[in-house]
Every structure is written in C-alpha cells, then in structure tokens.
Design a protein around this ligand. Structure first.
Ligand SMILES: [Zn+2]
Length: 485
C-alpha cells in the first residue's frame, strides 16, 4: 500500500504520497467489466492509427474477415490474457518497448490502457511485421490475430515524467503506478485482478546514479508492481533468511542510520513470514528502497521484490515490515476487486504484526491507536471495510482508501485467532497463500477458509466478519491497548 501507517496519520489521516495526484483518467478497464471483443466503433477516427493493413483493413473492419483479408484491424479485446510483459525503459530518451505475451484467444485484437503514452509502432515480436493499432481516449487497441497459442507483440512508445498522476515521477526519480497508473509507464490493464510476470531492463541512467529494479518478477503480480528507482543509492546488505533470501536496504545520502534502524529486524521478520506462510514468490533477493517522494515521503509502496518506503519513514520498522509482508498478500495473493482491499491491507497488517512480534517488536499498541482514532465518530474517518461490489468504486476517492481496512482487518484477524487459536489461524493463512499465490482472490474466499477451519464455531467467524468488516461502528476500539503502548 502506498498509504502506510505512520505517526502523522494519527492526527492527519489524509496524508500520503498519492493524495497529491489528480485522477485524470476514467476508471480502469477491468476484464470483468468490459464486454469481450468490444468493437470501438466510433466513426470519427480521431485517434492515432497505426500503419495501414490493406484495402479493407481499416480500424473497424468486419471481425470475421477471412484468412486472406490481411492482418486484422485494431480491436478492443479486453479479455485476451496478458501473460508476460518484458519492459525496456530508457529514462534518458523517455522511450519504452513493451514486448507483451498475449494468451491464446478465439478472438483477434488486444486492448490496453495507455495513459498519455505516445505509441509509435506495434509489431509482431516474432516476425517483425507491423501490426495495426489505434490510440483513442488513452486506450490502445491492437490488430493481432486470434491464436490458440501465446502470441508476442512489441509496442514502442514515448512516455512522460508525471506530476499530477502516477507513472514515472521524474522529479522524485521513482515510478509510482498504484492504483491505476500503470498505463502511464507501459501499455497495461490496471484492474487489480490482472496479473502477469514481468522482466525489466533500464537504460539512460545518469552516470552519478544507479537504478534499482528487478530484472525478473517471476510470479504473477498486479500491474502496479513493476518499479524503478533511480538515484544516488547506497546498498546495505542485511543478511539472509533461513530459506536463503538475501535482504538489503538501498538508501540515499545521509540516510544510512535511518536505513539501519528501520530494517534492524527485517531479516528475522521476513524469515518468520517465509517459515510461517510459505516461500517468497519474487526471487532470491529483496529489500527496501528509500523513496524521496516530494509530496509526502511517508508510508510505503509494495513494489516487490524492491519495495519503496518514503524516506521520512525509512527508520520506521513497522512500515518496512508491512511492505515486506505484502509479498504474501496484496502481491503474492492479489485482490480480485478494489473492494477486496481488506484482503490485501488487513491481512498484511495482521501478518506483519505476527512477524514483528516474532522478532521482538510489539506493533499492536500502535495498531490500536490507529483503530481507536478511526472508531471515534468525532474524527469522521470510519467506514465499512469490506464492500460487496467489484471495481465499482474508484479507490483513491472512496472512503475505503483509509486506515480502516488495515486496522479493522487486523483486529478482525486478531479476534479470529481467539476462536481458532493463533497457530491454526497461521495455518489457514498459509494454506490460503499456497492455494492462491500468483492469482487473484476475494476476501470472501478467505472468510470461507476461516469458516471451514472453525468447524462448528463457523458462526463466530461470520459474526466477527459482520462486526469488523461489514459494519460501520467498531465492535470495540481497543483504546486501552493504545493507552498501554
Ligand atoms: Zn499496505
């Protein structure tokens, strides 16, 4: 999450890096919410149109043209799966090449969000043949044939440094794609259920800077996960977990003490996450990158394996451990709908609390203070943590974008642990992760798993879910736990 818990939020719960952004795009185009094979059949043809593909291959030719009709015209096919994205980004030329592996599809075409990308060419990555494309309303439609095997296309484009929306924040030297801004860096689909594997190459890095990014993201991840940070970073090795994952922290000038303090217990906490919930899915090396966000350099953003922590929170162990724990929930298991935000943030807050506790750090009094703040009607920050719709809300402007899913979610799990026992709850979370890693899931799927584990006490799980997740009023505010901290 970009908005991680920090002390300032206790009194100013709206602070965060993202709050400065203005949404200029409409809601994301999720595969679930967009009809298959939609023909963008506007007749005005005001968009940028790629190379002509033959006499009757205009952008809106008949979809069932025969095999002799030449390459197909651009078509907004949102249901064609995106399996892998290979990104080559040049931050000097501000030029990108995205080679996208499309899944088999009975229908031709493919569609992507394209922010304000300047698409200059689309080719078949295997033959080099030009493909027709069209950009309109920040949407890229490609003419690519139906296929019963994966098919690779390469999109060449220019991208811009952003200040009002996400994308490449050139002034800060970091990318920031959450929640719906991936299309400002590469052609993508920002629905949270969308997942792909990624590979990255970065060029055009100034001589006095280094680029921190993962060459490979080997397990399917949400499309906001690829991240690049370019700056005068220095690396501190933190050591290895018992599973052999190497952890590190990358910090800017003068930040070494904060970097060491904030990651002091990261190795044992990460080790606990691996041993308790399952193998880390994003490679053999991971760690924190200090993010110099200009607007509000607090909180963090779960770009795995190299997650970003606002430099003002670099010394905050809670933020570092929380972002690490997103490797299991939010990223490893991604959310099916924005309304399932609590599956990402509530679960992560709980397992981060377990990991910190195992490493000798009790985060629960701090959690309780956030909860107590949200539960106080005078603060007007409380909201319902779990909604029944799917991708109807715009998260950035909805009340759900708050600390409520984090804290009501965490205390929901804490009270579930009183029913199941802490160890059995860990086992349920681990089994859920094993089943869903690399895939999207609903919070309701987690509730089903908890009910099954509870057996004849399943009604107590439902009662806790109703009280903590589906009600506005807090069943308990844990003020005494806050005060005890
Ligand atoms: Zn988070």
């Amino acid at each position: 999450m970009p908005l991680d818990t920090n002390q300032t939020r206790r009194t100013a719960p709206t602070s965060l890096a993202l709050t400065a952004f203005v949404v200029t795009l409409g809601a994301c185009r999720g595969a679930d919410s967009t009809p298959a094979d939609t023909l963008d059949a506007g007749s005005d043809a005001t968009g940028d149109v790629g190379p002509s593909t033959g006499s009757d291959a205009g952008p809106f030719a008949e979809p069932d043209a025969g095999p002799d009709a030449g390459p197909p015209p651009p078509r907004l096919n949102w249901t064609r799966d995106v399996e892998h994205v290979d990104l080559n980004l040049d931050f000097e030329a501000m030029h990108g090449e995205a080679t996208i592996t499309l899944g088999p599809s009975p229908d031709d075409g493919a569609a992507f969000e394209a922010g304000d990308l300047d698409v200059t060419e689309v080719v078949d990555a295997d033959t080099g043949a030009s493909l027709a494309y069209r950009v309109k309303d920040a949407t890229l439609a490609i003419g690519v044939p139906a296929a019963d095997t994966p098919h690779r296309v390469t999109v060449s484009y220019g991208f811009r440094s952003q200040t009002e929306v996400g994308g490449w924040l050139g002034g800060d030297g970091v990318t920031f794609l959450w929640p719906t801004y991936c299309g400002y860096l590469f052609p993508c689909r920002s629905a949270p259920s969308e997942g792909a594997t990624f590979s990255l190459r970065v060029e055009g890095v100034p001589a006095d800077a280094v680029a921190i990014y993962p060459p490979e993201i080997p397990t399917e991840a949400p499309t906001y996960m690829p991240a690049v940070a370019i700056g005068a970073f220095e690396r501190i090795d933190l050591g290895e977990t018992s599973a052999g994952t190497r952890l590190a922290v990358w910090h800017g000038p003068g930040e070494a003490d904060d970097a060491r303090a904030g990651t002091a217990r990261l190795v044992p906490a990460f080790d606990f996450l691996e041993r308790t919930y399952g193998p880390y899915a994003y490679g053999a090396e991971a760690g924190t990158v200090s993010a110099p966000w200009a607007e509000d350099a607090t909180g963090g953003m779960e770009h795995h394996p190299f997650w970003h922590v606002g430099r003002d929170d670099l010394g905050n162990e809670e933020v570092n451990i929380h972002e690490a724990a997103h490797g299991w929930f939010g990223n490893g298991v991604r959310i099916a709908c924005w309304e399932d935000f609590v599956l990402s943030e509530g679960t992560t807050t709980y397992i981060a609390g377990r990991a910190a506790e195992s490493a000798g750090l009790d985060l629960w009094p701090e959690y309780a203070c956030f909860l107590s703040f949200d539960c106080d009607p005078a603060n007007d920050t409380n909201t319902i943590a779990l909604l029944d719709t799917c991708d109807v809300i715009e998260l950035e402007t909805h009340p759900l974008w708050s600390t409520v899913p984090y804290m009501k979610g965490a205390f929901f799990y804490r009270e579930v642990a009183e029913v199941l026992g802490v160890a059995m709850l860990d086992e349920v979370i681990a089994a859920f992760y094993a089943t869903h890693v690399g895939r999207a899931a609903h919070m309701e799927d987690m509730l089903t798993a908890l009910r099954a584990a509870a057996g004849d006490r399943a009604a107590e799980i439902d009662a806790l879910a109703d009280a903590w997740l589906r009600s506005l009023e807090c069943p308990r505010d844990y003020a005494e736990l806050c005060d005890a901290g």
